[in-house]
Design a protein around this ligand. Sequence first.
Ligand code: UGA
Length: 432
Amino acid sequence: MRISVIGCGYLGAVHAASMASLGHEVVGIDVDAEKIEALSNGRAPFYEPDLPELLARGLGSGRLRFSTDIADAAGSLVHFVAVGTPQLKTSGGADLSYVDAAFASLMPHVASGDLVVGKSTVPVGTAARLAKLVEPTGARLAWNPEFLREGYAVKDTVTPDRLVYGIADGQTASVDLLNEVYATAVSADTPVVVTDYATAELVKVAANAFLATKISFINAMAEIAEVTGADVTQLADAIGYDARIGRKFLNAGVGFGGGCLPKDIRAFTARAEELGRGESVAFLKEVDAINLRRRQRAVDVVVEELGGSVFRKKVAVLGLAFKPDSDDVRDSPALDVAVQLHGLGAHVVATDPEAIPNSTRLHPQLSFGTLDEALAGADAVVLLTEWKHYRALDPSSVAAQVTHPLLVDGRNALDADAWRAAGWTYRGLGRR
Ligand code: UGA
């Protein structure tokens, strides 16, 4: 099938390459010439495991190409719109200007019988509005939210755990086309939920709101653990054995960040307020507040352990990305904590396997270095992104590199007993 993908960011680039890997003929389109140049040459403009290989295969097969010209969408039967919906600068609401611009520029190139498929995360009600723009072309609109996680984006796209198709009443032909696009997943018995636009839009934000709430729930327990001497990690293990609760997404620490969870809960709150149902999701403000407090808590623990001031103390920050296996620093708790420590006068040397270039662009005032440079002579080591490489560090050899063996584990990812046994003062968040 011939497919166009409008928007080649984290979502669109992975989607385009994945669709080509499934045998479709794909053109990825973006207004950013630099991004298109990189993708056309097989270079992923961001770090995502498996994407470079997929790009190379797609480009090599001739089934995948990239363009800055929206007219190249003409001739495709299915057009995915996968542009970003960042948070507005003026409020918590979603900025729909990229979605609106993508639809406006795409419509002249859409033919009767085509299917336009929205993948961007949008406030409920957006698809119904956009359907009116699509209607005059004779094409149809479906809303097909994406649930991929950064770091597993290729796997999540090629073998999703569910597919959601939001369609207008009676447009069952859209379902047939989408089933053809996702034939590999459909034939592997992936659950398919066929529903209306509003439900499809809400499924996406409800899923992210639930995940954010789960993380903030355990972080709220961490706050209680801190004043009672309890251990949040053991608490998470114990409640997680209950299959109704489950252990996933119950890792307490510096909380959630990235380009999705934080902005999605804020946009959901803003949209619910517009709809006169603000009280229904008022708890998401608390979820957001708990999340942001945990960053401050990590800073406070470092200050406390360094005797009340970090001024002129060397702090090694391990990890800058919002999570491992990503170079994304959007709303990253790790980068935020590094910036706060720097603001308090600490000599922060931050390191990350992939996220230093993006961090440097945002915060050139910080010092960045290799892991060894960060650790050399450090008064405190703060783990903020649990890359595998950091989890595997040997406490005894790291102890030989630093001035003071003080470790603040902002992700509760290390073996506290092993680090203590090697002479370290180990502090987790919400842990004894
Ligand atoms: C999230 C969702 O998990 C995806 O399903 C969704 O498609 C995506 O947003 C999106 O809307 O595009 P992602 O932002 O890649 O995916 O990251 P997650 O794996 O959800 O992690 C989010 C944050 O929560 C990270 O900062 C992570 O460190 C933190 N986290 C996660 C915790 O603090 N504790 C946990 O137990 C789990």
